[in-house]
Structures are given as structure tokens and as C-alpha cells.
Write a protein that binds this ligand. Structure first.
Ligand code: IPM
Ligand code: MN
Length: 371
């Protein structure tokens, strides 16, 4: 199979984790006789520095002409605390989402028993947690009318949704529920917001087409609490843009490390895959970031291209490293392996160079031990 993949390494640790994901994709290509053509493009602070724009036109062009997009991370502290900055890295990502109509952001939350001790929740609460958040990504308050009065004393962000915007992601979420535990929870604030009441109507109508899926409705404030007290109750969570942004960060800590979680943003054309962690500028260039979020994003990319066996092999490789304590500094601050070593191990596993028992001696040489 021949596929074109646009690669946006982005800011901070984006380049170094993306490189490991590409390494794993190359191992997949070699083992399964696929051809992946990578086209590199810019977005974010990196693009502002080089071109003045957070999303140069060529990037949109390249992405539109690709089968999938692999993205690293966006953001730089020099923009974060400056409310008067005219150009921000994040504008690039928002514009790309809109230009490619990436209307559904999908974030799976699963747990690994070897990492239970890192979770802020107790083991008995997280055992068996496995749910996925479907966050609407191109509407709502993020993209509504924005205004600041001329005297600067008032500001406004409008939240609007139309039926079709809700219906298209709702269908995807129901389809996913059918493949899972057949449970869908709509998270909204229908006791206060008109847009939430529209979400409920559309979801209720769509539910008629999926009689096997049990649907429940939860206010977002309660959902924020339920994700902590009883995360096992969820299967598919469907929600609007802003609520999804907040809840998916909250849910991401359940697994024990933000560095592990992948995401997919899908729409009408090429889909985009990115780890959910940010640009973590303090770690940039140090070879200590966790590449697994990016590598599992590449696994989601493979699934999306219909390469299910390949995607599963990458996930098996990741599980193997975690089970054998080949982990980065975020997971074990004392006995840790470098970003590039983890990438190498995972790609070697994919290539079949590692079997059953491991000769840890060579790997030990790459271990960093703080005394
Ligand atoms: C995310 C991020 C973005 C968002 C930012 C970088 C604009 O937090 O992908 O969740 O708010 O959507
Ligand atoms: Mn976010």
C-alpha cells in the first residue's frame, strides 16, 4: 500500500517524539511492504519564527493532498502569558482544523496495570477503565464570533451550533459505541445552555437509529466529578468543543502519564493524529520526552488507513516496553530510558528483531541512572 503522510513536527518536544513515531512507521512499512511518503511542513511557533505565519498556505496544501497527517505539538511559553500577542501558535492548529474540517477529536483513555501506581486515582478505581471521548472540534465557542469593545472593557465569545455539526459527530460516536460496550454518554449543560438542548434533541433523534446503544445524559459539572469517582462507568463520551477540551485533559491523567495518550482528529478528508501532550518546552532537545503518545497516534493513523494488523502490532510493541519497564523519565525518574531508545525498541519489536526473552545488556547501556 502506498500512502502520503504529511508530517508536522511542530514545537517543543514535537520534533523528537514525531521522529520516533516515523521510525516505527518505517519499521511497519518494511515488514508489511508498504510505502509511506512523508512530506514535512510547518505549523505553530516554529512556523511563526520562520515565516511569520502560524500556518503557512503550503502546509494546508500539503495536508489536503495527503492521506493522513502526523503532528507533534504546538505552543511556546513566550506567547502564553502575553494577552496582547497578535499572532499565536495555536491559531495555526485551529485554522488547520477548520480548513480540513476535522470535526471529531477522538481520545481513547485506557490504563496499564504496570502504571497504576502513577495514577492520582486508586488502583481499584482505574482497573478496567477503557473509554473514548468524542469531542466536537470545529464549532462552539472556539469558532463563534469574538469581540472586544473599543475601550477594552468588555469581551465576548459566542457559542453556536447547528444540527448538522452535531449530527455528523453524533453518528460517528454511535458507530463507535456499536463496536464497543454499546453505551454512549452525552455530556452537556442542558439545564442552562440552548446549544446543549439542541445537542440533546439531535442525540435523542439519532439514538432511534441505534436501538442497541444505551444512551445517558450527564451535565458537565457532574461528568467532571464522575470521571474521577467512577471512570469505569463510561464507554463513549460525546461532547461539544470546550467541554471536550477540558474533560479530555482531566481524563488523561487517569492512566498515570499524559505522555502515553494518542488522539485522532477526523473529518471529511485527511485525518490528523497527534499525542495529547503539549510542547513541554522544558524538555525539548533533551531526549527525555515520552514518545509513546506519538507512537500510539501513529497506530491510530494505521488503523484509519485500514491497516488494522499493523496498528495492533504497534500497540503490542508499546505494551511490551511498558511491561518490561523500558520507560521514559516521566514514568520512572530514576531508571529511565531515552526517547530515542524507546523508539528504537518499539521499532525493533515491530521488525521482529526482539523475541520473547530480551537481551537487556545492550539496552542497559542506553539506560540513564541518576545516583
Ligand atoms: C487541544 C489543545 C488546543 C485546544 C489548543 C492548543 C488550541 O488544548 O488540542 O486540546 O484547545 O483545542
Ligand atoms: Mn486541550
Amino acid at each position: 500500500m502506498k500512502k502520503k503522510i504529511a508530517v508536522i513536527e511542530g514545537d517543543g518536544i514535537g520534533p523528537e517524539v514525531t521522529r520516533q513515531a516515523i521510525r516505527v512507521l518505517n519499521a511497519v512499512a518494511e515488514s508489511f511492504k508498504h510505502e509511506f511518503e512523508y512530506n514535512y511542513c510547518m505549523m505553530g511557533a516554529d512556523a511563526i519564527d520562520k515565516t511569520g505565519s502560524p500556518l503557512p498556505d503550503e502546509t494546508i496544501e500539503t495536508c489536503l493532498n495527503s492521506d493522513a497527517i502526523l503532528f507533534g505539538a504546538i505552543g511556546h511559553p513566550r506567547y502564553d502569558n502575553d494577552p496582547s500577542a497578535k499572532v499565536r501558535p495555536e491559531q495555526g492548529l485551529l485554522k488547520l482544523r477548520k480548513s480540513l474540517q476535522l470535526f471529531a477529536n477522538i481520545r481513547p483513555v485506557s490504563t496499564y496495570s504496570s502504571l497504576f501506581h502513577l495514577s492520582p486515582l486508586k488502583s481499584k478505581q482505574i482497573e478496567g477503565v477503557d473509554f473514548v471521548i468524542f469531542r466536537e472540534l470545529t464549532g462552539g465557542i472556539y469558532f463563534g464570533k469574538k469581540e472586544t469593545s473599543t475601550d477594552g472593557a468588555q469581551a465576548m465569545d459566542e457559542c453556536t451550533y447547528n444540527r448538522e455539526e452535531i449530527a455528523r459527530i453524533t453518528r460517528l460516536a454511535f458507530e463507535q459505541a456499536m463496536l464497543r460496550k454499546k453505551k454512549l454518554t452525552l455530556v452537556d449543560k442542558a439545564n442552562v445552555l440552548e446549544t446543549s438542548r439542541l445537542w440533546r434533541r439531535v442525540v435523542q433523534e439519532t439514538a432511534g437509529e441505534y436501538p442497541e446503544v444505551s444512551v445517558d445524559y450527564m451535565f458537565v459539572d457532574n461528568a467532571a466529578m464522575q470521571i474521577i469517582v467512577n471512570p469505569k462507568q463510561f464507554d463513549v463520551i460525546l461532547t461539544e468543543n470546550m467541554f471536550g477540551d477540558i474533560l479530555s485533559d482531566e481524563a488523561s491523567v487517569i492512566s498515570g502519564s499524559l505522555g502515553l495518550l494518542p488522539s485522532a482528529s477526523i473529518g471529511t478528508g485527511a485525518a490528523l493524529f497527534e499525542p495529547i501532550h503539549g510542547s513541554y518546552p522544558q524538555a525539548a532537545g533533551k531526549d527525555i520526552a515520552n514518545p509513546i503518545g506519538s507512537i500510539l497516534s501513529a497506530a491510530m493513523l494505521l488503523d484509519h488507513l485500514g491497516l488494522k494488523e499493523e496498528g495492533q502490532l504497534v500497540r503490542d510493541a508499546v505494551n511490551w516496553t511498558l511491561l518490561n519497564s523500558f520507560v521514559t523519565k516521566d514514568i520512572d525518574p530514576v531508571n529511565f530510558y531515552f526517547t530515542s531508545t524507546i523508539g528504537e525498541l518499539i521499532s525493533d519489536f515491530v521488525s521482529g528483531k526482539i523475541s520473547g526473552s530480551v537481551n537487556t545488556e545492550n539496552i542497559e547501556l542506553r539506560k540513564s541512572t541518576i545516583i
